[in-house]
Design a binder for this molecule. Structure first.
Ligand SMILES: *Cc1c(COP(=O)(O)O)cnc(C)c1O
Length: 406
């Protein structure tokens, strides 16, 4: 089976990995699949709760003077954010806590504030639609200059980096699952301009499969809405940076622009994070299986999944990721009409946008008016959930085979 190896998750599920030493030193860092469960817990004291509380307070007792680091007011800080922010930072490999935002796009808005006024932003042609719309609107208003690139074309990206202030990367990209060469592009951006920043939207991979900070990226962005929270019941975003100055600027932006998380949403996200490793292990294994079977099916024109050996992103993904993720795309024979009809015949897959939840979702991306025309009309994006793999395949197959006989 392809794509089911959480290579970053030391000690489990990797047939190639050396067996873990019998006696790991007690101070050895915890593996990511432990961290998702153990990080952000209250201190171990007799009768202390196992889970952090939800703190609903808009203001906090002061000591008479405002001291740096005081919670002070609920737009600056809330104890309900801290456990998730610590856990995510640990997973992404940052010493500094992450920053939660009201949504992935609120986090993107804060991240784009790092581009200097009149500066140059290099951005993928294919990426999360809301980010592309936000960047295009800001550029049209004169905020900065935009340069679009195909992230998989390393030379093209490097050429666009001359004079650039910020390189925005998404890998794998939405919805074509193109893979950017993260180490090469980060190195090139820094060589050309040591002050240039690199931001990686790590939503599709999650820190269990890819850790951009280890490749030198400055900031990692998550739509926590997707895999991290994982149950399609909350909208949240996050940024992580190991750079104290950048974190200070981002924290200031959040405090002043106010794109903050609600305490209940933050608690839900932490609750979802606890099962991230097992959810990904399961959904990724199924995604690999479905990609292979779709690839062999006569009613399928093409499949996009970096876990397939023939996929253009395969070698790069295998080199820089711990697995190929749980999103895949395919084009059925017969174009957009056939794709829409196919979706209409599905009984188990839910036709809906979004991804990263426990339930499997399917969507023809070009039904969105804003989707770039370079995305094929018939492309269906599948977010594979944690249902039984054979049930998911049976539903897809009956739908594909009905379409052939019509
Ligand atoms: C969903 C998504 C976003 C936006 O996040 P919201 O939580 O919906 O605001 C950004 N990037 C990617 C890759 C996404 O999938």
């Amino acid at each position: 089976m392809i794509g089911c190896n959480l290579a970053y998750t030391r000690g489990v599920s990797s047939p190639e990995a050396p067996p873990p030493p019998a006696d790991r030193p007690a101070e050895a860092p915890l593996a990511p699949d432990t961290l998702v469960v153990s990080a952000g817990r209250p201190a171990r004291r007799h009768d202390a709760p196992v889970n952090p509380p939800i703190v609903v307070s808009s203001t906090f007792h002061g000591s008479g003077q405002v001291v740096d680091g005081d919670r002070a007011y609920g737009r600056y800080s809330n104890p309900s954010w801290d456990p998730f922010e610590e856990a995510l930072a640990g997973l992404e490999g940052s010493e500094l806590p992450g920053l939660l935002y009201a949504s992935g796009l609120a986090a993107a808005s804060a991240a784009l504030s790092l581009v200097p006024h009149g500066g140059v932003l290099v951005i993928p042609r294919h990426a999360y639609q809301g980010v592309l719309v936000m960047a295009a609107e800001l550029a049209a208003a004169g905020r900065f200059e935009l340069r679009y690139v195909d992230v998989a074309e390393t030379d093209q990206v490097i050429a666009a980096l001359v004079g650039a202030d910020l390189l925005w990367l998404e890998s794998p990209t939405n919805p074509l699952l193109e893979i950017a060469d993260l180490p090469t592009l980060v190195r090139a951006a820094k060589q050309l301009n040591p002050a240039a920043l690199v931001i990686v939207d790590n939503t599709f991979a999650t820190p269990l499969l890819q850790r951009p900070l280890e490749h030198g990226a400055d900031v990692v962005l998550h739509s926590v809405t997707k895999y991290l929270a994982g149950h399609s019941d909350v909208i949240l975003g996050a940024l992580v940076t190991p750079d104290p100055g950048l974190r200070e600027r981002l924290l200031h932006h959040r405090s002043i622009h106010g794109g903050i998380a609600g305490p209940f949403e933050a608690w839900l996200a932490l609750r979802g994070l606890r099962t991230l490793a097992v959810r990904i292990e399961r959904s990724q294994a199924t995604a690999g299986l479905l990609a292979q079977r779709l690839n062999e099916h006569p009613a399928v024109r093409s499949v996009r999944y970096p876990g397939l050996a023939a996929d253009p992103g395969h070698a790069r993904a295998a080199a820089q990721m711990g697995g190929f993720g749980s999103v895949l795309g395919f084009e059925p024979v017969g174009g957009a009409a056939a794709a829409d009809a196919l979706v209409g015949r599905l009984r188990l897959w839910t036709p809906a946008t979004s991804l990263g939840g426990v339930e499997s979702l399917i969507e023809r991306r070009r039904r969105h008016a804003n989707e770039p025309e370079t995305v094929p009309e018939a492309l269906l994006r599948l977010s594979v959930g944690i249902e039984n793999a054979e049930d998911l395949w049976t539903d897809l197959r009956q739908s594909l085979e009905n379409s052939q006989t019509r």
